[in-house]
Design a protein. Sequence first.
Length: 256
Amino acid sequence: MSSNTVPLTQRPAWKALSDHYLKIRDTHLRTLFEQDSHRGEQLVLEGAGLYLVYSKHRITADTMGLLRGTAPWFRVTGAPHSALVAFTLTLVLLGAVPATLARPVLGRSPWGLGVGLGNVRRWLVLLAIGAPVAILAGYIGARTPAIAAVYPLGGRLTPEPRAFVLHAFGYLLYYLGFEYLFRGFLLMGAKDEIGPAAANLLQACLATAFHFGKPAAEMAAAFPARLIFGWLTLYTEAIWPALGIHWIVGGAGGPA
């Protein structure tokens, strides 16, 4: 061995792995699966009649990259944001940003895109009818293994009432941004230009794309549900009935 050879434990790759180990050594496997529901499909290797499963080891995408040794690697994951921070950022990106673009892009006031009261009597009646259906959908979703493996967003809930209140509040922020973008900015913003039916189809297709890669039951329900939410918004001239029903489904543990 050459005297100029750097010992293994003094190489940058070794130090990077050591630092990485200190960051994840106390992470529970349950947490890793909650953060990435697809790790059971991705962290595997098959060959020569063998099927190796890495997902049940304390590793992440960063671990696999760092194990490449001296090859270039940049961290692709980091400490996850808290659920409340993530939901707030969603509201900003999906709600606040489109609202600032409403006047320059659509020539419309951001408040005129379904966030007014609309026809209150209509949406209260529709919300009263839709709420029990939404609770049932959420209940069924929460007891469907494929859906329960993905939801609720933000991690599993604890029995404490405070945890559920924070969960419900976070979901409200999330859905407010989601509904404003698709049923407000897109649907209400485009209906006068391309017609209500075409605008509803457009927002339903784009909103459904958010569910790609999700459980099959969720994918099957996504498109018709988005069309119904669009119709509710057009019929009541407000996003509130769609927001309320969507929120109840998510709050009850169903797909988002």
